[in-house]
Design a protein around this ligand. Structure first.
Ligand SMILES: [Zn+2]
Length: 116
């Protein structure tokens, strides 16, 4: 499953940042998923549990936020927010669409436990 690899990569990245910045245990990871990324949040959550099991992230909370997608029509240059099933430009009915936002999945925030 695609999401499994993504989640694995997220945890590797967070762990690297944690070590670089000498942070303590991570309380919460917030990731942002673009609407056009094709990533399914429900699958991410399932994969997260599997990937985090037996690691220092076992008790780390995962929060998923959606980022709106944006596409541009190459015929009339209109920018619009595509709905899943709508693959045509709402202005000119063109089909040459370029996604310009919401294609990625990024780590938005890493929260660590307060350290006394
Ligand atoms: Zn158009």
């Amino acid at each position: 499953m695609h999401e499994m690899g993504l989640m694995d990569a997220v945890l590797r990245t967070v762990e690297r940042i944690r070590q670089e910045q000498q942070l303590g245990p991570v309380r919460k990871i917030t990731i942002e998923v673009g609407e056009l990324s094709g990533v399914v949040p429900r699958f991410l959550e399932e994969c997260y549990e599997a990937v985090a099991a037996g690691t220092p992230f076992e008790k780390t909370e995962l929060a998923i936020e959606m980022a709106p997608g944006l596409a541009r029509c190459e015929d009339c240059r209109k920018e619009f927010r595509p709905v899943n099933t709508m693959l045509r430009c709402p202005a000119c009915n063109g089909e040459k669409l370029t996604p310009i936002a919401g294609r990625d999945m990024t780590i938005k925030e890493i929260e660590v436990y307060d350290q006394e």
